[in-house]
Design a protein around this ligand. Structure first.
Ligand code: OOG
Ligand code: MG
Length: 259
């Protein structure tokens, strides 16, 4: 895909986000859209956001669990970026800022050291991690009916929209992250549940996979970045008035209300 087309498609996705409207998925008009094209569009979109003054909190992994892959009908992990304006402080999610938001429970890593290069293992990730914390990611595909191909969702910055972080931090060696149980409840009813192992066997593997994917582009994970490792369970559609609560074994809970 040529640069001008990638730029134009990135602009389309940005305007869909800003105007809170669904757009047709790119692959309808560009049936040959490849994963590489998707990342090229994503890079243009990230560039635009950086130029607009937003700061990267960290990259995120997506589609790292069977539950998510089956739900979205795609079969490969992807990455995108969380920006500072996506991090919600307080406990309210403004529905009218979004298109058709869904929530998913994730474990986040904060790096104490850079992670650079290929061949990174989960053990190396854990050694470089300062702490882990629980998160609720709000995804909000800019595509009509939340439907897309792998390349489409990559272009759309992996549906990134908002994130709530929990306040309980743990050292990565204080917990067996693959065994951390998670329940996700809406209005007091458990809607999804799982354990850290759902994320490519162990959430640290997800970060290792991310480091290795980025290394191919000459990008490293940086100390201080907060990295989302991917939804442990399927994502749940949100409605105005919903009370959302996720409990993480050993990591406390994360809660918000949709207003
Ligand atoms: C893509 C975003 C995936 C995750 O944690 O799997 C993601 C989507 O499902 O729209 O953030
Ligand atoms: Mg996610």
């Amino acid at each position: 895909m040529d640069r001008a087309t990638a730029k134009e498609l990135a602009k389309l996705l940005i305007s869909a986000e800003v105007d809170r409207r669904e757009v047709s998925r790119i692959s309808l008009d560009h049936p040959d859209l490849s994963v590489e094209d998707g990342y090229q569009i994503q890079e243009q979109l990230v560039q635009w956001k950086l130029e607009a003054g937003y700061r990267i909190v960290g990259p995120k992994m997506g589609l790292t669990s069977q539950a998510k892959m089956q739900q979205m009908n795609v079969n490969e992990p992807i990455y995108g970026y969380i920006f500072d304006n996506m991090v919600v402080s307080g406990q309210e999610l403004a529905f009218n800022e979004l298109i058709h938001p869904k929530v998913e429970a994730e474990i986040a890593f904060v790096l104490g050291r850079d992670i650079e290069g290929g061949g990174i293992t989960g053990a190396q990730v854990l050694a470089a991690t300062e702490y882990v914390l629980p998160a609720l990611e709000i995804i909000d595909s800019r595509y009509r009916n939340f439907q897309f191909t792998l390349s489409d969702v990559i272009a759309d910055n992996a549906s990134s929209a908002r994130v709530f972080f929990g306040s309980k931090l743990a050292r990565p060696d204080e917990l067996e992250l693959d065994l951390v149980g998670v329940t996700l409840s809406i209005n007091g009813q458990i809607r999804e549940l799982g354990a850290g192992a759902a994320v490519v066997g162990h959430p640290a593997h997800s970060v290792a996979m991310l480091a290795n994917m980025l290394a191919r582009k000459g990008i490293k994970l940086k100390a201080g970045q907060t990295i989302l490792t991917g939804g442990i369970t399927g994502a749940v559609m949100l409605n105005v008035g919903d009370s959302v609560s996720a409990k993480f074994d050993g990591l406390g809970s994360v809660e918000f209300r949709v207003t």
